[in-house]
Structure formats: structure tokens, C-alpha cells
Design a protein around this ligand. Structure first.
Ligand code: CP3
Length: 355
């Protein structure tokens, strides 16, 4: 990592990038740290910036997306920004009628359930990604030596939303399509892989130092189904950035049984949720893969000494891995007190923290 012309030198010595490349910190008690959904509703400055602007409109306004990305970096002193966008942005840019409904999530006007539905999906015109490219470039220029992370949704998580037409508890319709009509499923997965891969590639070319693929709902799958019906498309999505030499983090929830398979689609780092301790994740991965995670978001609202003990336990268990980037096991809940996140950053950086 670091040989891409845009990122060469600028962030190659940053703690997050070094850890993603398997290097341990000089002080073994410290960790680089960022939080999934660090830009968002836990921050009053985010709520003020977003007031009156629809979620996807905010994502597609380069100046607004950049400002929202920078807010948690300024406030918490995290070691990386993550570009403010959403996994459904490239679907919208490919012409899919999707909205993000507050308190619900992505909702689709026309669910994709048949071979005809899939055939009607259009390819993504690379020029449509201009607002993303612009937003990333603006943000990278502001961040200087702090890395910006790009991200995208994995094909399975995107296909789940498309088939279900919105959020669902167990992705039942999507998993049924996978078995009932494997040809249509594969065509849908390939379309998702290329659209999300183009989104990822645009972010890296505009200057992100690493990327994360979110397969948030992969935990709904058996290992056999993941390997047969999902892994090939995730590998295809990542092939869009394979020549760009940036580290790839692969994250999902409930994926304790899938960690090896998720690494083996082409990831450098595996993101782990709170359901499996990092020392056990490291063991399952053969001790050769940097890890990211896995503070249980349920602790964020617990008394500080309880949370602090949990954070220190995560840091200790993460010390078994070749390298460890501290993060939550899933996104920041909207009701989180942002002060608590700042305090976790100070613990990760080895500062003395009192409640
Ligand atoms: O700070 C960051 O992590 C970057 C921003 C980011 C958002 N969405 C912003 C957002 C990222 C990385 C995502 C990814 C995303 N979006 C995922 C994968 C990560 C995960 O949480 O598992 C998924 C599944 C989505 C789909 C999605 N978009 C959901 C489920 C929701 C929540 C709906 C709700 O209101 O509860 C969204 C909306 C969304 N994406 C918000 C933000 C800040 C909230 C919108 C708002 O502020 O009104």
C-alpha cells in the first residue's frame, strides 16, 4: 500500500494504514481507531448540517458530504475519516428508484425479483460518479496526512435490499431467490458487483487510502451458501480495485463462521462484530490477518468504568492479531453521547482518561 500515485507518501505512515498493512504500533498498549457511522446522528453538528436536506441529496452534494465527513475527525481525533455516503448511492446513480427513509433505511420503488427485473437494471455510467469523486477529492485535500477511507456495500447486502425492497429481518426473499432461481440470482449479484465496484474504484482514484466492503447482512448465510452464491460476486466487486494497491477491509455482522471465506475473496483486513472475541477471530484466521473491531455498541451507554474495562479487553484480545484497528462491532447508535466516543479515542491513544 502507498504505491498509488494519489496516496503515495501522504498517508502511508498513518497508524491506520500501517495497521491495515500488518504493522503493529510502537506502543503495544495503543491502537489506531475510527468508528463505523462516526459521521451521523450522534453528532449535533451533523444534525444541524443535515437539517432540511434528504439523506441521498446530502451524499451527492460534494461540499456537504465533505463537511460531514470531517466533523467526527475534528471532534474525536479519530485516526481516519470515512467518506460520508451510503451503500445505495451507486444504485441511485445507476438509475434505481431508491430513497432513504429516516428511521427505516433504504426503500425501493420497484423490488427486483424476476429475470425481467434484473434485465432492466442499467449499467452505471462512470460519469455519474462525479459528485462522489469531487466529494472525496475535497475531503482528502482537507485531511492532509489523516487517511480517508472509502467504502461500498457488498453484492449480497445490496441484493438483499433490492430483492426485499427495503430492510428485512432475515433476508428471506433474497435467500429464496438464491435457491429458487440461481441464474437470476447470479445475474443480479454480478450487476451489484460491477456497480459497487465502480463506486469503490472512483473513491480510490479520488484519493482514499483504504476501503471497506460492508457485507452487513452476510451473517444470514450458511458458509456453504456464502461460498457458492455470494463469494464469487464479492471477489468480482473487489477486482475493480485490485490493481490500485490500497488495503481492503471486509466487514459483516454475525459472520463468525464466515471470517476465513470473507478474507479469501480478496480482503487484507477482516472486520469483526461483537459476537466473537478478537483472539478467537484471530485463531480462526490462522494468526495472519489484521483485524478491526469489535467494541459492543451496547456498552456505549454503560457507566464509563464498565465501558472502559470492555475497551481495554478488546485492545488486549486484539493484541493477538498481527495488527489491530480499534472500532465498534457495528455502527454508532444515533443516541450515543459523542463525549463517550472521544474518550474511547483517548484510551486507544494511551492518554490518561477520567470519567
Ligand atoms: O460514518 C460512516 O460510517 C460513513 C457513512 C455511512 C452511512 N451509511 C451513512 C448513513 C456508511 C458507511 C453507511 C453504510 C450503510 N448504509 C450500510 C452498511 C453499514 C451498516 O450499518 O451495516 C447499510 C446497511 C446502509 C443502509 C442504511 N442507510 C441504513 C440501514 C440506514 C439507517 C436508516 C435509519 O434511519 O435508521 C441508512 C441511512 C444512513 N446512512 C444514515 C447515515 C448517517 C442515517 C440517515 C440520517 O441521518 O437521516
Amino acid at each position: 500500500p502507498g504505491s498509488h500515485p494519489m496516496i503515495d507518501g501522504r498517508t502511508s505512515h498513518a497508524a491506520v494504514v500501517r495497521a491495515f498493512s500488518g504493522q503493529r504500533p510502537e506502543d503495544p498498549e495503543t491502537r489506531p481507531v475510527w468508528f463505523m457511522r462516526q459521521a451521523g446522528r450522534s453528532l449535533p453538528e451533523y444534525r444541524a448540517t443535515r437539517a432540511g436536506v434528504a439523506m441521498l441529496d446530502a451524499c451527492l452534494d460534494p461540499a456537504l458530504a465533505s463537511e460531514i465527513t470531517l466533523q467526527p475527525v475534528r471532534r474525536h481525533g479519530v485516526d481516519a475519516g470515512i467518506f460520508f455516503s451510503d451503500i445505495v448511492v451507486p444504485l441511485r446513480l445507476a438509475g434505481v428508484a431508491v430513497d432513504i427513509v429516516p428511521g427505516t433505511g433504504p426503500v425501493f420503488e420497484h423490488p427486483v425479483r424476476t429475470a425481467d427485473d434484473v434485465a432492466r437494471l442499467a449499467p452505471l455510467d462512470p460519469d455519474a460518479l462525479a459528485p462522489v469523486t469531487e466529494g472525496v477529492a475535497l475531503t482528502v485535500a482537507e485531511l492532509g496526512s489523516t487517511p480517508l477511507l472509502g467504502f461500498a456495500g457488498a453484492p449480497f447486502t445490496l441484493a438483499s435490499y433490492l430483492v426485499e425492497g427495503g430492510p428485512s429481518k432475515d433476508q428471506l426473499r433474497a435467500r429464496t431467490l438464491m435457491h429458487a432461481d440461481p441464474g437470476t440470482w447470479q445475474a443480479l449479484m454480478d450487476w451489484c458487483a460491477d456497480v459497487t465496484g465502480a463506486f469503490l474504484r472512483a473513491q480510490v482514484l479520488a484519493g482514499t487510502s483504504a476501503v471497506q466492503l460492508f457485507d452487513s447482512w452476510a451473517g444470514a448465510l450458511s458458509l456453504a451458501d456464502y461460498e457458492a452464491h455470494v463469494a464469487p460476486a464479492s471477489r468480482r466487486a473487489l477486482s475493480h480495485v485490485a490493481d490500485l494497491d490500497v488495503p481492503v477491509v471486509h466487514f459483516g455482522t454475525g459472520t463468525g463462521e464466515l471470517l476465513v471465506a470473507m478474507r479469501d475473496v480478496g480482503a487484507d483486513v477482516v472486520g469483526v462484530d461483537h459476537r466473537i472475541p478478537l483472539d478467537e477471530a484471530n485463531r480462526r484466521l490462522g494468526g495472519r490477518t489484521p483485524l478491526q473491531g469489535n467494541i459492543d455498541p451496547a456498552y456505549l451507554d454503560a457507566p464509563w468504568p464498565v465501558l472502559e474495562a470492555h475497551v481495554r479487553d478488546v485492545i488486549r484480545r486484539g493484541g493477538d492479531a498481527p495488527a489491530h484497528v480499534l472500532n465498534l462491532g457495528h455502527g454508532v447508535p444515533p443516541a450515543t453521547d459523542p463525549e463517550v466516543l472521544t474518550r474511547i479515542v483517548r484510551v486507544a491513544h494511551g492518554e490518561d482518561v477520567r470519567a
